[in-house]
Design a binder for this molecule. Structure first.
Ligand code: FAD
Length: 406
């Protein structure tokens, strides 16, 4: 017998990252009972900071966190590309983008974003230190199974367990392998200093298929109120090179020998203990992000190269779209099961093409920046010399306005 429609469902979210927590919050705000289960006992976000582009920030505003996030983030109003020796290729204002889409970008410390989301969801709704190992569809819902031998029942299961997702292959019905994108990224926060870059600029030095970036990211709410830069280095390298914090400075001295003074100063200043060194992988676009009673979301659904700064923003879009689809379906359907089926079908229709296209575009951009074809990379450097900002702003605008909140 179909279960009569109830508007407060029991929803289980696997993973307390950006995707899982945004989803939990969106569902809580609609009056659902949400439990988040997180593998680790204490979350320590990997990576220094993240740029939330306007499409992500718009979702945060809808969830009531926009003001907090804007307050914790950096004010980045200008974008500049420079050669490895420090000649400006292009330097332009981002104001036309923010004006057109009605929202600025928010570069923010990962720890500050994570804490903001955790506080909003409430840690009493999160079970830490428990790993989901499997799920089964039951007569009236879904049961998730954990490594401690326990199971939890729910009406809907959201798998937001990140790029290394183990449940993904079962959910989509075939093995999904991560693919190496071909480069290594070192990222770190350092105190902001005009000697490194102007405090309002996103500066990127490019050359030899490598990149160094300085982005103003605000104070992230740190106790001293010190403004910081989110900095990263990209170098094309084979997969599997040694990752040892004791070698970070020497590695970077070698890869960036002869680069401009701010790059040298950064290499001498950063604290290796605060740095993350990440080999960049993505997953191929998937044909479907749902199975009966289950939705795949965030990096588990669309791990992508960070070259568009969209992975976290897309996880936020997923959260918004899934929660809105469920709200609509609950209004329209007469039993819970049909409402969930309808919501999952709507989510799939809205997200598969959107995230698939962004995964592919991010991979293409990563290839161009990191010299997969040296002639393409050189053509890009040449284009940057003649760039007045319009083409870059148009690209960013297309990405932002393709999202669910325009
Ligand atoms: P995750 O953050 O990976 O969270 C998954 C959570 O699930 C983790 O806490 C994990 O412990 C938990 N978990 C895993 N398995 C289980 C299990 N079986 N049971 C229970 N819990 C489990 N995005 C942007 O929008 N802008 C940027 O500027 C940007 N820059 C980036 C730079 C770099 C170098 C990288 C690598 C990524 C960048 N991203 C950026 C992408 C962004 O970091 C990710 O898209 C985002 O963090 C994904 O969030 P998530 O919640 O899907 O996954």
């Amino acid at each position: 017998m179909p279960r009569p429609l109830t508007t407060s469902l029991n929803i289980l979210v696997i993973g307390a990252g950006i995707g899982g927590l945004s989803t939990a919050l969106a569902f809580q705000q609609q009056g659902h009972q949400v439990t988040v289960v997180e593998r680790v006992a204490t979350i320590r976000p990997v990576g220094a900071a993240i740029s939330l582009w306007p499409n992500g920030v718009k979702v945060m505003h809808q969830l009531g966190l926009g003001e907090t996030i804007e307050g914790l983030s950096g004010e980045m109003t200008q974008m500049r590309y420079l050669t490895q020796t420090g000649q400006t290729l292009t330097d332009f204002s981002l104001a036309p983008l923010f004006g057109d889409v009605g929202q600025r970008v928010c570069p923010i410390a990962r720890a500050a974003l994570q804490q903001t989301l955790l506080d909003a969801v409430g840690t009493e709704h999160i079970q830490f230190g428990r790993r989901c190992i499997d799920y089964t569809v039951t007569q009236h819902g879904v049961a998730a199974h954990f490594d401690d031998g326990a199971s939890l029942n729910a009406d809907l299961l959201v798998v937001a367990e990140g790029t290394h997702s183990k449940l993904r292959s079962k959910l989509v019905g075939h093995p999904v392998e991560r693919q190496y994108v071909g480069y290594v990224n070192w990222n770190v926060r350092v105190p902001a200093d005009e000697a490194l870059a102007p405090l309002s600029h996103w500066d990127q030095y490019v050359g030899d298929a490598k990149r160094v970036s300085f982005m103003p990211m605000g104070s992230g709410g740190n106790e001293e109120g010190t403004q910081e830069f989110y900095c990263f280095f990209d170098v094309p390298l084979p997969a599997g090179t040694t990752n040892d914090p004791d070698h970070y400075r020497d590695e970077l001295r070698e890869h960036f020998a002869g680069w401009a003074e701010p790059v040298q100063a950064l290499i001498e200043r950063f604290d290796p203990a605060r740095m993350a060194r990440v080999e960049i992988y993505d997953i191929p676009p998937l044909d479907s992000l749902t199975a009966p009673r289950v939705a795949l979301l965030g990096d588990a659904a669309h791990g992508m190269a960070p070259d568009l700064g969209q992975g976290g923003c897309q996880a936020m879009e997923d959260a918004w779209v899934l929660s809105q689809a469920l709200a609509r379906a609950l209004e329209e359907n007469i039993d819970t099961s049909a409402a969930i089926d309808s919501a999952l079908a709507q989510y799939d229709r809205a997200r598969v093409d959107r995230v698939g296209e962004i995964v592919q575009r991010a991979r293409k951009r990563a290839a161009m920046i990191h010299g997969h074809d040296a002639t393409h990379t050189q053509a890009w450097y040449d284009e940057l010399k003649n760039e007045d900002g319009q083409a870059i702003i148009d690209g960013l605008k297309t990405t932002v306005t393709g999202g669910p909140l325009g």
